[in-house]
Design a protein around this ligand. Structure first.
Ligand SMILES: Cc1cc2nc3c(=O)[nH]c(=O)nc-3n(C[C@H](O)[C@H](O)[C@H](O)COP(=O)(O)OP(=O)(O)OC[C@H]3O[C@@H](n4cnc5c(N)ncnc54)[C@H](O)[C@@H]3O)c2cc1C
Length: 225
């Protein structure tokens, strides 16, 4: 049996502290006119990101919208999960503010859709694939928001492990890794929220700094990132 429940793993008995369920959200604008794309000089399908600690990313969709992602409320106390995919108004507004800071010419547009999901974040931010030969139970995950292609590699690796084959994939260092659990509450909630506060302040400071701020390095230490 394979467990592939990613951020939802926190709802399973005994696994609440294995992978932190981190919320991630996106908004998408209405289709934008050619004059917008000409003004900002975004002619191709380039992907954009600000590379901040509290980062954003964006892409121009095939039907000429901006799809824009980033963090909303990152974590709910006790590893709770809003499984309805509901996006808080606060998050939509924060993403829209950020989008229009980057692209003031998009202010005449609007948010047409917003959606949210949950990512699985291990304590050391690195994914794992494992099959326990004694129980036959296997799992893969902890992709920290990079699972679109990693799940493919994980699936092929699980196949080899289940068949008991020693292959190039089963020799990869993420197979059978032991990762320590996240701290119990309220430390977990305090740690995550303190980390995000530090990263936001660090981003602000780094606007006028040529290097990574000491605050961000400290936050990296706390998070194990
Ligand atoms: C807004 C957003 C943007 C993202 N952007 C990117 C991106 O640009 N690039 C990228 O690589 N990744 C991105 N990700 C992350 C990516 O979606 C995940 O890493 C990927 O979906 C993980 O795949 P998965 O199948 O392991 O888990 P999931 O897709 O989370 O699937 C887990 C499944 O388990 C099911 N489940 C839960 N509990 C149980 C249970 N008890 N029993 C049975 N089934 C259960 C759930 O219903 C769900 O279908 C993004 C995620 C979000 C939310």
């Amino acid at each position: 049996m394979i467990r592939a429940t990613e951020g939802f793993t926190a709802r399973l008995d005994g696994l609440r502290r294995q992978w932190l369920p981190m919320n991630s959200s996106m908004i998408v604008t209405a289709p934008l006119p050619q004059s917008f794309w000409d003004e900002v000089g975004w002619q191709g399908a380039e992907l954009l990101g600000d590379m901040a600690h509290y980062y954003m990313y964006a892409q121009r969709t095939a039907d000429d919208r901006i799809a824009f992602g980033g963090r909303g409320r990152p974590y709910l106390y006790g590893s709770r999960i809003d499984a309805r995919g509901h996006t808080h108004e606060w998050t939509v507004e924060a993403l829209w503010r950020l989008l229009t800071d980057f692209f003031p010419a998009a202010r005449s547009s609007s948010v047409e859709h917003a959606w949210s999901g949950v990512l699985g974040v291990p304590r050391d931010w690195c994914s794992t694939v494992h099959v326990d030969p004694a129980t036959g139970l296997g799992w893969a995950g902890g992709y920290t928001g990079h699972g679109v292609t990693t799940t493919n590699l994980a699936g092929r690796t699980l196949r080899d492990l289940i068949l008991g084959e020693e292959t190039e994939l089963t020799a990869l260092p993420w197979v059978g890794r032991k990762v320590r659990a996240w701290e119990p509450e309220p430390l977990r909630w305090l740690g995550v929220h303190a980390m995000y506060r530090l990263y936001r302040v660090a981003d602000h400071r780094e606007r006028t700094m040529p290097r990574t701020s000491a605050l961000a390095r400290f936050a990296d230490l706390i998070t194990g990132h």
